[in-house]
Design a protein around this ligand. Structure first.
Ligand code: ADE
Length: 245
């Protein structure tokens, strides 16, 4: 379980976007929504359009060197970042959600949850000018090898995974130590009542006997074995990390 940065204050997210109406969106419901009302975390959303310079008149422009699409101007992104930096602790990283970024994983999420917050840049079009990424030491992060139409949905996903780790958000904190990616393993399968269930083809499906045996040692071993099998099968990359640790 990650330690909260400062038990007196909230975890602070500042989003920079061209579509502020997307937020908080799904983060206003369920666990994250309750945590927002309880001031466990806080969200500020800044609209890039509010920082457009009169001289430029727009947030984006054509790419130097030619090619498709538009690029977000460094001067406007920079002024928006300056405004964002006044809202959050200086230790909060600036993260740009992009398919070009390093893959996001649970280790990074835990580290973020133990810090003061984050500034999240949601790009649209072809992305943002490289110079502001370098000048502001922006961390580029990707959700995976697929392309979204902008960083907003990726930001929502990142925030959801951080918020559930903040102290007081999840009722059953014990379940965090058993979930996927702990020790580089995927989680074992789950079963509940009814113990015998007939599927739509009329086939009878029973739960694995061991789970109703009451033998907790054997159940633990069985779950571990299932975790290992599923990880080897689906995620050889994760399995390789698991066995060297
Ligand atoms: N923006 C567009 N595609 C993305 C992805 N795969 N991950 C993070 N941000 C993105």
């Amino acid at each position: 379980m990650s330690k909260h940065y400062n038990s007196e204050s909230y975890w602070h997210a500042v989003i920079l976007t061209l579509f502020p109406e997307i937020f908080p969106g799904p983060l206003n419901t369920s666990l994250a929504g309750k945590a927002l009302k309880d001031k466990i975390w806080r969200l500020d959303v800044l609209n890039f359009r509010d920082f457009v310079l009169e001289s430029a008149g727009k947030v984006d422009d054509e790419p130097f060197g030619g090619g498709a699409g538009m690029v977000m101007r460094p001067d406007i992104v920079d002024i928006a970042l300056e405004s964002a930096s006044k809202l959050v602790d200086d230790k909060a990283p600036i993260i740009y959600l992009t398919p070009r970024g390093r893959p996001l994983d649970q280790t990074r999420i835990k580290k973020l949850a133990s810090g003061p917050g984050a500034v999240l840049i949601c790009g649209r079009y072809e992305g943002i000018d490289q110079r502001v990424i370098e000048a502001r030491e922006v961390e580029e992060v990707s959700l995976g090898d697929f392309v979204l139409s902008g960083g907003e949905i990726a930001s929502l996903a990142l925030l959801d995974s951080v918020i559930r780790l903040l102290p007081g958000v999840l009722g059953n904190e014990e379940s965090l130590s058993e979930e996927s990616f702990e020790q580089n393993l995927l989680e074992y399968p789950h079963y509940t009542r009814p113990a015998v269930w007939h599927d739509l083809r009329g086939k009878k499906n029973c739960i694995p006997d061991i789970l109703s045996s009451g033998d907790h040692g054997k159940i633990k071993n069985w779950r571990r074995k299932k975790s290992e099998e599923i990880t080897q099968d689906r995620r050889p990359d994760l399995w390789a990390k698991h066995i060297i640790k």
